[in-house]
Design a protein around this ligand. Structure first.
Ligand code: ADP
Length: 464
């Protein structure tokens, strides 16, 4: 059974059950017909018994068993049409009278059968239904009355019925099997489409989708689920391809710049200031390369970071002070100021190192994308169920249509590219990954030319 196809398994299970049902129905029909036929014959014999017992009497000591004219009746003369065989025995079981249709034959006395018990036996090679009983005259046992009727017509009907059923049974089963197989095949047709589509899918060809069946049944849901899965796999592979191509582009750009600068530099002797300038330029590109590699490594580490989290009680105020200190040089260069308004000490259960990476990136961006001499604000608010930290800048801002993309890897807005601020486009994607790991909600609102607000929401833990 395990080797059979799904289609054949359905068909087999179906005919096994229906076959059993048909068998029971056929059996019931056969036994009902048999019972009816036998009942009919037994009733007819019972009437004959009554009639014949009534006719027995004695006159002047002589025993009269039957009005002899009776034997002239058709059923007692012939054996062709519903013959009734009558036979009288004396008490010694010797025949004393019998109907003419018995001719030279006689009904055999069955010593095992009880009086009035109907049983089947044979005579002239035909099956007959027979009964035997003692008869009495004036309460004195005078012999036995035996009556039999032919069962050959009934037998013929029953045999015919049996034959028809025996032939019909396997034919019906065979017919049902092929019908069930056909319909099962039709209903699992979508599975073949699924197999076909699945076979045609490779890593480089993920466009194929399973055609949805017309009926909105389980196979429809299965096809839809697989299509959604393919959609997600395709998007993931597409993202990975994009990431690889973006990353290699970003890695190659500084290398090309360094190589080009050094090749130009080596062509002919230069004066010291030119060497200085070009080498410094190369160093800044090497720094950029370093930062990029650091960020790529960080991203790679986050892929399965969850088990490495070091959650502890962290004083947010300290982390923000350290972050600002870290950027004091950048702030000085741009002559920007940061105002921090923390109304109290904010303790948060989180990973201090990862939190400092988030804040570093947000503060770094706020400084990078601010104009010279502008102000940056960091505000903390305590709400009923959470803490809220806002990093607000008055910089170049982000266009509304870019807001949902800023957390994508390697995304840089037109404004950022035009502002000539150096960047790679990985900082906010790292922030996004960390906030997901630490269950921090991050949102951004912004207006081009006016500035941006990055909002971090920390759920309060039970003992905050
Ligand atoms: P990078 O700063 O290296 O380009 P990020 O991932 O940190 O990469 O930021 C992605 C993009 O989001 C930036 O290129 C910029 O377009 C936009 N962005 C992020 N922070 C700000 C901000 N404070 N003001 C304006 N634009 C921002």
């Amino acid at each position: 059974m395990a080797q059979l196809s799904f289609k054949n398994r359905i068909a087999f299970s179906y005919i096994l059950i229906t076959g059993l049902l048909i068998f029971v129905v056929f059996l019931a029909i056969y036994y009902i017909v048999k019972y009816t036929v036998y009942n009919h014959v037994d009733n007819a014999i019972s009437i004959e018994i009554e009639n014949h017992l009534e006719e027995i009497n004695t006159k002047n000591g002589t025993l009269y068993l039957i009005d002899l004219d009776e034997w002239k009746e058709r059923e007692h003369i012939t054996i062709d049409v519903n013959p009734v065989f009558i036979q009288f025995l004396d008490t010694n079981k010797v025949i004393i009278e019998k109907s003419p249709n018995l001719k030279k034959q006689s009904l055999a006395y069955n010593s095992k059968a009880a009086p009035y018990e109907f049983f089947d036996t044979t005579m002239f090679g035909y099956t007959i239904r027979q009964v035997q009983l003692p008869f009495y005259v004036n309460k004195e046992k005078r012999g036995y009355l035996m009556i039999a009727m032919s069962l050959s017509d009934s037998k013929k009907v029953l045999d015919k019925l049996f034959d028809v059923m025996s032939i019909a049974f396997p034919v019906i089963l065979l017919l049902l099997f092929f019908l069930a197989r056909f319909f099962a095949g039709r209903s699992i047709q979508p599975i073949n489409s699924i197999i076909g589509t699945a076979n045609s899918i490779t890593k480089d060809h993920l466009k194929a989708r399973i055609p949805l069946p017309q009926n909105k049944d389980e196979l429809y849901v299965l096809s839809q689920t697989i299509n959604n899965l393919l959609e997600r796999i395709e998007a993931t592979i597409q993202r990975e391809k994009q990431f690889t191509s973006d990353a290699s582009h970003e890695l190659r750009t500084p290398l090309t710049v360094i190589k080009g600068t050094l090749e130009v530099l080596i062509r002919k002797p230069r004066d010291t200031s030119e060497y200085h300038e070009k080498i410094n330029y190369c160093i800044s590109e090497v720094d950029r390369l370093n930062r990029l590699v650091d960020q790529l490594l960080l991203l790679a580490r986050f892929e399965n970071q969850r088990q490495q989290l070091k959650i502890e009680k962290v004083l947010f105020n300290d982390v923000i002070s350290e972050t600002i200190l870290h950027f004091s040089n950048e702030l000085k260069v741009k002559n920007c100021s940061i105002s921090v308004s923390l109304s109290k000490e904010f303790y948060i259960k989180t990973d201090a190192h990862l939190l400092s990476i988030v804040l570093s990136n947000l503060v770094s961006n706020a400084i990078k994308y601010s104009r010279n001499d502008s102000k940056i604000e960091i505000i903390a608010k305590e709400k009923l169920e959470h803490f809220e930290f806002l990093i607000i800048d008055n910089g170049i801002g982000i266009a509304a249509h870019d807001l949902e993309n800023v957390f994508e890897q390697f995304f840089r807005s037109k404004e950022a590219l035009n502002s000539e601020v150096k960047g790679i486009g990985l900082g906010l994607s790292i922030v996004k990954k960390i906030t997901e790991l630490l269950n921090i909600t991050i949102t951004v609102s912004s207006e081009v030319g006016k500035g941006s607000v990055f909002r971090l929401v920390f759920e309060k833990s039970d003992n905050d």
